[in-house]
Design a protein around this ligand. Structure first.
Ligand code: OAD
Length: 300
């Protein structure tokens, strides 16, 4: 072991949870799968369903370059990942419980489903590292609207356009149609497809993370006294790098269905996160998670 030599049992985990005052929780898609929302990289995950789109890499559905060339790709698949109304899991409620006990420094979530808010996690305790569906913006002029405004379009796979860019878009399309008729072709034509298109404020590959991430991460890494990584494969940087940036004397715990070979933790609880955390809280710590399924999961 190259990490903390005296930290490797469940009792160590419980003691750390009791003592900690500034817990940094890093979460991923695995904390929402019990609601039927697929994660990304599992064999039945979201990316496995993207193989018939003709993309080189299924992750390209979230590539900003691909979106600029053909926004219809996102509009065709987004209905599969739209967040359910009001739902949240026992794991989301565990995050809220840590907040209520004054132990939550911050939840860095890679999830775009915004379910932390449903569970009552306060905006100031949350960093949505990859953005979310909560708002949407015009890719050209940045005009912002509440995310729900776009939901009917995303559900019916119809591209939504920005009202303020409509006239310019029309003029551009006419201009380029004329040029095409004259046999003139430019790669810029492809970019016209996305001129004035509304895009959910999800961080795409090729885009910078939200400012909020950069504003908080440096200080939070210094402040945190316990790191919990839950339901993430830790495959996407820079969020995956948080694990290595946390000081060496801070215990790091993984709760995940699958092991993660490229990072080192003090304790790994491998299994379903709702069950692991409900068992830890219910049976070892005597903490009741305020969730309708707490007793059911505890006795399962
Ligand atoms: P992944 O799909 O890469 O990883 C999810 C992890 O959760 C896997 O390691 C699973 O084993 C685990 N898992 C699944 N169900 C679980 C459960 N019930 N209990 C415990 N563990 C479970 O998803 P992320 O790591 O979140 O970007 O992916 C990171 C980013 O990649 C996402 O934010 C997304 C994607 O491209 C955007 O949406 C922009």
């Amino acid at each position: 072991r190259t990490r903390l030599p005296n930290f490797h049992t469940l009792d160590d985990v419980c003691e750390a949870l009791k003592k900690a005052k500034n817990i940094l929780i890093l979460t991923g898609a695995g904390i929402s799968t019990s609601l039927g929302i697929p994660d990304f990289r599992s064999s039945t995950g979201f990316y496995s369903k993207m193989r018939n789109l003709g993309l080189d890499d299924p992750q390209d559905v979230f590539s900003i370059d691909v979106f600029r060339e053909d926004p219809s790709i996102l509009y065709n698949i987004a209905h599969m990942i739209l967040p359910p109304d009001k739902a949240y899991t026992p794991l989301h409620s565990f995050i809220k419980l840590l907040q209520d006990r004054g132990k939550l420094l911050r939840n860095y979530t890679q999830n775009i489903d915004n379910l932390e808010a449903n569970a009552g996690v306060l905006p100031e305790k949350l960093v949505q590292c990859h953005g979310s569906f909560a708002t949407a913006s015009c890719i050209t002029c940045k005009y912002k609207v509440p995310g729900e405004v776009l939901f009917p379009n995303l559900r019916s796979k119809k591209i939504a356009y920005c009202p303020f860019c409509a006239a310019e878009r029309k003029a551009l399309l006419q201009k380029y149609d004329k040029m095409e008729d004259e046999g003139i072709y430019s790669r810029r034509f492809e970019q016209i497809n996305s001129f004035g298109v509304m895009k959910p404020d999800i961080t795409f590959f090729g885009e910078d993370l939200p400012e909020r991430y950069h504003n908080f991460i440096k200080e939070d890494i210094k402040k945190c006294d316990l790191l919990l990584c839950i339901g993430t494969s830790l495959k996407v940087a820079p969020v995956s790098e948080i694990v290595n940036r946390v000081p060496n004397d801070v215990p790091q715990i993984l709760i995940n269905r699958d092991p993660i070979d490229h990072c080192e933790f003090d304790v790994e609880l491998l299994g379903y996160c709702d069950q692991a955390i409900t068992w830890l809280c219910g049976k070892k710590l005597g903490w009741k998670i305020n969730h309708k399924d707490f007793d059911k999961v505890l006795n399962s």
